[in-house]
Design a protein around this ligand. Sequence first.
Ligand SMILES: C[S@@+](CC[C@H](N)C(=O)[O-])C[C@H]1O[C@@H](n2cnc3c(N)ncnc32)[C@H](O)[C@@H]1O
Length: 288
Amino acid sequence: MQDDAALGETLTGDWQWARTDDWQPPSELAVDVPHPARMYDYYLGGKDNFAADREAAERIIAAVPHARLGARINREFLGRAVAYAAERGVRQFLDIGTGIPAVGSTSEVAQRVAPDARVVYVDNDPIVLTHARALLANHPVGYTTVIQADLRDPAAILDDPGLRQAIDLSQPVALMLVAVLHFIRDEEGAAEVVARLREALAPGSLLILSHGSQDFLTPAVVEAMTRVYSTASAPAVLRDRAAVAGFFGDFELLEPGLVQLPLWRTEGEALPDGWREVSAYAGVAVKP
Ligand SMILES: C[S@@+](CC[C@H](N)C(=O)[O-])C[C@H]1O[C@@H](n2cnc3c(N)ncnc32)[C@H](O)[C@@H]1O
């Protein structure tokens, strides 16, 4: 790893504030095909989406009870899990399927707990990368870098010079696969991809994962949701609890285990109306 001072790509802790009004979409962007990153941005109330994304997201909101609440709760899970990992002493974060910059980002949360935390963001959507690059700041709060790569090619992620510069794989890493694996089909190697990433990590590393499921939805809602995402650039691949649990391999789930997303470490908190229909699982596990 290089010295922090020698590294250029560093983001501020709060991406929202650094946003510019004259931002233009990169030319390679297919703005007429709904994209999961921009649909998620729309659920969260963001501005970085196009008509096709908004139309598809509105069809999901009409079909899926509490779709927006689910996105918000997922984002809260991300923040809670990152803070938990940083408080356990993890100082390296590999966040694959980062999403468009939003409040409560991994770097913001991790570096608030531990300013020396190092964060690598990976996404396959050029809009995510463009935003992240546009927001590089002169006054870093910590080391953060961004890689454009596809989760379906884990070797390319692990061998990326940007990752190798930022992350020492002989030390624990928090691997984050938050609301991204449900865009990868079994036949695209979802299980093998996660196994390859798990293998590359040192003991004490964490896997932070959330995943959409059919388990809390009616078949009609599942059908409607799958239909809308079939028009998007990635499908919605809902999985049941056993399939999601399989992604953890031999990692040991930490308390409270693999649970319905709104229930991850929210004991004692008043959960919002509708939480029972948030159809996703979440868990954090450690590599023995
Ligand atoms: C629903 S968003 C989740 C964002 C963030 N992880 C969170 O939970 O708030 C899913 C993200 O995964 C990205 N993504 C989807 N398929 C991907 C793939 N094959 N490789 C890398 N990123 C992918 C999308 O571009 C999007 O930014």
